[in-house]
Write a protein that binds this ligand. Structure first.
Ligand code: CDV
Length: 312
């Protein structure tokens, strides 16, 4: 796909435990309208955008946490957002917790969906790199229990043809892993979309807060440049019931430059006219995969998970 498209990111400020999904959807509809007012053809919303970031809490039974999940697409909670996007003709990426029965077994995924401006669902992604633990670590006054509440995504990293170009999706922690983006770039991705909830505090080891935002930016800028693609990232941020998460929603050009960035930690729309030809230029020059990649030397990437002969 060639040419320019105005694309937007809809950052969300905190969603507290007491807030309803209808509250969250109303806020996203306001962001959607604002994006449409800026001429945007597409908007990216955050990971788990309908509720608070519930993996920070300890729940023991599905009866306690099932209220955070959606069972059908569009779920009743999401429907007003789907309707308004269709009315405005704006496509979107939306992150949500998905509960589904597969082969007779109940599964729960951290999922994102792509919906185009004509209302059709064109793609679904289920988070592969789940951070955190199954059991609480009790090192801080919050947890990161994604491995407890979600199954590892089973759809892989795909790309989806759309009126704005070929889109690849991932979710939050996936952005720290270069394999995520390269697999989609090898399928011709021109635009990467992702949502995130990144706590300002690292509960596993000491990390200065400024590094949280730096690593976020570093991951996206290198992913954009090394794959010659635009990256649109949407935070859910600010303090949810006192638990702080970074902002920094951004649009990164295929040159690796962040061209627009959210300024605060509340609901905010950012938009940019993205020139897809810029990605084509990078993919035909320094990152022309067909000419320069050396797959005969990359075998370990898929045959080994951890470091060989490591005694750590
Ligand atoms: N929601 C996430 O995947 N958060 C992780 C945190 C735990 C590090 C992230 O990579 O931002």
């Amino acid at each position: 796909m060639a040419g320019k498209h105005v694309l937007a990111v809809g950052q969300l400020g905190p969603i507290h435990l007491k807030d309803t999904k209808a509250d969250a959807v109303d806020r996203m509809i306001a962001l959607l309208r604002s994006a449409a007012g800026k001429g945007a053809e597409w908007i990216v919303f955050p990971e788990l955008a309908l509720t608070t970031f519930f993996p920070r809490y300890i729940y023991d039974t599905p009866a306690d946490y099932d209220r955070f999940y959606e069972e059908n697409l569009p779920s009743a909670a999401m429907k007003p957002l789907f309707d308004e996007a269709l009315r405005l003709g704006v496509g979107f990426y939306l992150g949500f917790a998905e509960k589904i029965v597969e082969d007779g077994e109940t599964k729960r995924y951290n999922t994102s969906v792509l919906v185009e401006g004509t209302g059709g669902i064109i793609g679904k992604y289920r988070k592969v790199h789940l951070p955190g633990t199954i059991e609480p670590v009790k090192k801080a006054n919050f947890e990161h229990l994604e491995k407890r509440y979600f199954d590892v995504g089973n759809l892989g990293f795909n790309t989806f043809a759309s009126p704005i170009g070929k889109i690849g999706m991932c979710i939050c922690n996936d952005r720290r892993w270069p394999e995520t983006f390269r697999v989609m770039a090898l399928q011709g991705a021109e635009i990467f979309m992702l949502g995130y909830n990144t706590p300002t505090l690292n509960i596993h080891h000491h990390e200065p807060a400024h590094l949280r935002e730096f690593h976020h930016r570093l991951s996206l800028e290198s992913a954009a440049y090394q794959n010659g693609a635009w990256v649109l990232s949407a935070a859910k941020c600010g303090a949810e019931d006192g638990f702080a998460m970074i902002g920094g929603s951004s649009i990164v050009a295929p040159t690796g430059e962040t061209v627009v960035r959210a300024s605060g930690e509340d609901d905010e729309v950012i938009a940019y006219e993205c020139d897809l030809d810029l990605g084509t230029y990078i993919r035909k020059s320094v990152f022309d995969f067909a000419r320069h990649r050396r797959i005969e030397h990359y075998g370990l990437i898929t045959s080994t998970t951890g470091v060989l002969d490591s005694d750590e």
